[in-house]
Design a protein around this ligand. Structure first.
Ligand code: TXA
Ligand code: MG
Length: 351
C-alpha cells in the first residue's frame, strides 16, 4: 500500500484539505493525523474492522484499548452508559485538550475498540486538524499514538512515516505537535477518580476541579538501587523505548553529569556506540561524547516537546548505550519522568 503524506496548513484550514481523509475514515480505512499531544492513527471507533486494522498496522496487542476521539461533548452520552458529574466538570474545564477520561461504555462501542473492556477512553482534542477531521468524517475516531508498537510516540509526520510507511493509506502532515507527550488519562469508573497516565494536564490542575483525584499507585512505583538496576520489573513496562539501552541517573546534578561522563567513557573504551541525553543547562559539561539536548530544565514544556524525537534520534545514530539525566518531577515533569523511566525499562541509578 502506498502511504500518501498530505501537507496541512493549519493557518488556512479548509474542509477540502481533510475531505479525502474523512472519506477514507468513513470507508473503514486508517488515517494518521496530528493532535496537540502526539500524532494519532485513526479509524472509525464503532467499526470493529477499523480497530483491527489499527492493531495490525501498529503491531499492537489487541487487548490494549484505544482512545475514542470526539469533537463535542454531545458525543459523551452516545458512547458512555454512565456519566458522573465529575465527567462533566472535567470536560468543561479541560476539553478540548490533552485529557482523556475513562467511563463505562455503551454497547455501541465494540470490544475491538476497548480491548474487550466494559469501559471506554474518550478525548476531545484541541488540535484544529483533528477537530475538523472528526467533524467532517462524522465518525468517532479511535486513535492510539501513530507509532509502531513499543517505539516512541510520533511528534512529527516524518516519525509516523518512518514507522507506518506502506501500512496505512494517508498521513495528514500538520508539522510538529505543540505538547509532545500523550494526554493525561483519568479513570472515573471507580469510587475515587484515578490518574492512570500523567500528561500535560497535571494532577494539581485536575484537583482544582476534582479535589480527591489520586494517582494510580502503578505510576508512582519505581525500582531504585544504588547500583545499576539489573532487574527491571518485566519487559511489559518497556514502552517508548529506543533500541539502545537507556539508563537514567538521578541525584545532585553535578554528580549526575560526572557519573554519566565516567560511565559513557567506560562504554566507549569497550568500543560501544554511546550517547548522552542532556539538558540545555548541562550539555556543555560533557567532553568527547555524543550529546543530545532534550530541552531546558527551567522550562519542562520544552523537554516534553522534544523527548520522543530525541529518543528516535538515538536510534538513527545507532546508539547502543544511552545515558540520561533525570528531570524534576513537578508539573509536567511528572509525565516527562514517567515516559523516561518507561523508556529506560526502569533502569535508574541513584548517584
Ligand atoms: O494523547 C493521546 O492520548 C494520544 C493522541 C493520539 O490522542 N493517544 C494515545 O493513545 O496516547 P495510546 O493508544 O497510545 O494510549 C492509550 C492509553 C493506553 O495506555 C491504553 O491502555 C489506555 O489509554 N486506555 C485506553 N482505553 C482504556 C480503558 N478503557 N481503560 C483503561 N485504560 C485505557
Ligand atoms: Mg501509545
Amino acid at each position: 500500500m502506498e502511504t500518501r503524506v498530505i501537507p496541512v496548513d493549519r493557518e488556512h484550514l479548509q474542509k477540502e484539505t481533510v475531505a479525502e481523509a474523512a472519506e477514507l475514515l468513513r470507508a473503514g480505512e486508517l488515517v494518521a493525523f496530528p493532535t496537540e499531544t502526539v500524532y494519532g492513527l485513526g479509524g472509525d471507533a464503532l467499526m470493529p474492522d477499523a480497530a483491527r486494522k489499527i492493531y495490525a498496522a501498529k503491531g499492537r496487542p489487541s487487548d490494549n484499548p484505544l482512545i475514542v476521539h470526539i469533537a463535542d461533548t454531545g458525543a459523551l452520552p452516545k458512547l458512555a452508559s454512565e456519566i458522573p458529574d465529575a465527567a462533566w466538570l472535567l470536560a468543561e474545564r479541560f476539553w478540548p485538550g490533552p485529557m482523556t477520561m475513562i467511563l463505562k461504555k455503551k454497547p455501541i462501542v465494540p470490544d475491538a475498540t476497548t480491548g474487550g473492556l466494559a469501559t471506554v477512553a474518550i478525548r476531545m482534542p484541541s488540535d484544529p486538524v483533528a477537530a475538523m477531521l472528526i467533524r467532517e468524517s462524522g465518525v468517532f475516531i479511535a486513535a492510539p499514538s501513530a507509532n509502531a508498537s513499543g517505539r516512541p510516540s510520533p511528534t512529527r509526520a516524518e516519525h509516523v512515516y518512518e514507522d507506518l510507511n506502506g501500512r496505512i493509506p494517508m498521513i495528514l502532515d500538520g508539522g510538529s505537535v505543540p505538547i509532545g507527550l500523550e494526554s493525561t488519562i483519568v479513570d472515573l469508573t471507580g469510587e475515587t477518580p484515578m490518574v492512570l497516565r500523567p500528561g500535560y494536564i497535571t494532577i494539581e490542575q485536575l484537583r482544582e476541579v476534582l479535589p480527591d483525584v489520586q494517582y494510580d499507585p502503578a505510576i508512582l512505583k519505581r525500582v531504585r538501587d544504588d547500583t545499576i538496576v539489573a532487574k527491571a520489573p518485566g519487559m511489559r513496562y518497556r514502552h517508548y523505548a529506543p533500541k539502545g539501552e537507556l539508563t537514567i541517573f538521578e541525584g545532585d546534578l553535578a554528580a549526575v553529569t560526572a557519573r554519566i561522563q565516567a560511565e559513557a567513557e567506560a562504554k566507549l573504551a569497550e568500543g560501544a556506540r554511546v550517547a548522552v541525553l542532556a539538558s540545555e543547562e548541562t550539555k556543555d559539561c560533557y567532553r568527547g561524547l555524543t550529546v543530545r539536548c532534550v530541552g531546558d530544565r527551567d522550562c519542562e514544556e520544552t523537554v516534553a516537546a522534544h523527548l520522543f524525537e530525541t529518543l528516535r534520534e538515538f536510534d538513527r545514530m545507532g546508539a547502543e548505550y544511552i545515558f540520561g539525566e533525570c528531570f524534576p518531577e513537578d508539573g509536567v515533569g511528572q509525565a516527562v519522568m514517567n515516559r523516561l523511566m518507561k523508556a529506560a525499562g526502569y533502569r535508574i541509578v541513584r548517584v
